[in-house]
Ligand binder design. Sequence first.
Ligand code: B12
Length: 269
Amino acid sequence: MADRIDLQEAARRLGVHYQTAYRWVREGRIPAVRVRGRYELEISDVDAYARERDAPSPATVRGSRREWGRSADRLLAALCDGDERTATDVVSRLHAQGESTLDVLSRVVAPAMAGIGDRWAAGELTVAHEHRASEVVSRLLVGIDQRRPGRPRGTVVVTAPPGEQHGLPVDMAAAVLREDGWNVELLGRDMPADALHGFVASIAPDLVVLTVTTPAAAAAADAISHDLSDAGHDVLVGEPGRTLSDLVQGARAVRAEQRRLLARRRGPQ
Ligand code: B12
């Protein structure tokens, strides 16, 4: 325990509120283990995360920010007009150029959908326009969602809590996790809690991912996440402001921690 600290101490070291540290643990950003219902964190993990947060973000983009922005604008315009051909062209061209599904979705498709939301909120588009755009994006996703060959990283259940009707973020989460080598069990949006618990108990996945867009869904996801955690499952909850990149990193962190615990349990070979 000497090298381990509790959440309060971790929050103090990170210079953040306890709730923030708790959220980071729940999202898999910092590995933690539960001992008698309380989280314990390795000091080295907490310090590594503090350094990571302080470091300037690496330039992961191959294209320039302006190019991504231009593609997102073109896609948004095509979605507003219901021009599926151009929308498909924007996305499949990037895909053909070798851009990752993660980049295409987080830098082009998600911003375009946010633009649809803004215009809808401003009364410039109706719900019918928004539905049309969602349907087009749904079909686009089918074209770029690819399973990576080879041994999967693990099995992940991807879904959204009851009441959460936003299905696209769930599909996008599934697509980036597949690209990152996960075997994805995609259950879609608005998943009843009991059925989810039963499903998770029956297949024992390595991870459960819940996507959340609205405050009501956040409360439902929290309750589900608590219950699943108590039953020994690892859960990541996505909420507004969290990105697909956070998801991929969080899922990797969970898997790394599981492997570390397994190796420790097995002891020196
Ligand atoms: C399309 C849409 C709908 C469609 C959904 C259709 C579909 N098949 O998905 C429909 C019509 C159903 C809908 C309904 C509603 N919607 Co709506 N919708 C949208 C819209 C325009 C796009 C959503 C989308 O696909 N975004 C793209 C996704 C991929 O981006 P994202 O949401 O940021 O998701 C990121 C994270 O979730 C992350 N992620 C995903 N999974 C995970 C997991 C983990 C662990 C992590 C770390 C990250 C992560 O990755 C994503 C990309 O960065 C948004 C606008 C917007 N800004 O997004 C509004 C929006 C989300 N809707 C909104 C609202 C208000 C509603 C309604 C309440 C409207 C109403 N009065 O009925 C209902 C709610 C229904 C319900 N109970 O869920 C608001 C939400 C505001 C809020 N926070 O409360 C928004 C933001 C619009 C706005 N500007 O006001 N909507």
